[in-house]
Design a protein around this ligand. Structure first.
Ligand code: SF4
Length: 175
């Protein structure tokens, strides 16, 4: 019963909200955040415990002066600790979960189609996250909005506590 509700939210209500919010960027962003929050609640209510969980991250979490290419393989990261990529790799290893970085919607779709996860924990801005969650339906996605202390798409951050909560919710406790 929960999945049809999620479908109604993502395939009917969300497009209508985006039409309604078209006149104001801020208002639209609030509607996107609301959609993500309602989606998360519905996913949580499904009570899923999945085997193959994927964590999907935006490239802008990487420190902008870092020259290491992590989009092809996030494990190229030297783990210097100047950005949260190091912490997220540590978390993913603790939980034994796949981790990928996407530079945009097309790459994210390709990663999902290659890895075929049972569920996703995704980090991104409200716009990319809400559209990605809607595109991915019926795949369950828990979305976490990034923090943007330097403005969009640059040196963004994520609440690591929320990330762990999302992983534990879908994949159970870490080792
Ligand atoms: S932790 Fe250090 S090496 Fe890894 S991506 Fe961030 S800045 Fe680059």
């Amino acid at each position: 019963m929960r999945r049809p509700l999620r479908g109604a939210l993502l395939k009917v209500i969300y497009p209508l909200l985006m039409l309604a919010g078209g006149f104001s960027k801020n208002f639209k962003e609030r509607l996107q955040a609301l959609t993500i929050s309602m989606n998360n609640r519905l996913v949580m209510n499904e009570g899923l415990k999945v085997k193959k969980l994927l964590i999907l991250l935006p490239h802008c979490l990487q420190r902008d002066e870092c020259k290491i290419r992590i989009t092809t393989d996030i494990y190229n990261c030297a783990r210097c600790g100047k950005c949260e990529i190091k912490d997220i790799i540590d978390i993913s290893e603790k939980f034994g979960i796949k981790l990928s970085v996407a530079t945009g919607g097309n790459l994210a779709r390709r990663i999902v189609s290659d890895l075929r996860p049972d569920a996703i924990v995704a980090v991104a801005c409200e716009r990319d996250l809400s559209s990605g969650i809607a595109d991915s339906f019926p795949l369950p996605v828990l979305g976490i909005c990034n923090e943007r202390p330097f403005g969009p798409c640059r040196n963004t951050r994520v609440d690591l506590g929320r990330l762990k909560w999302a992983i534990e919710s879908l994949a159970g406790k870490g080792k």
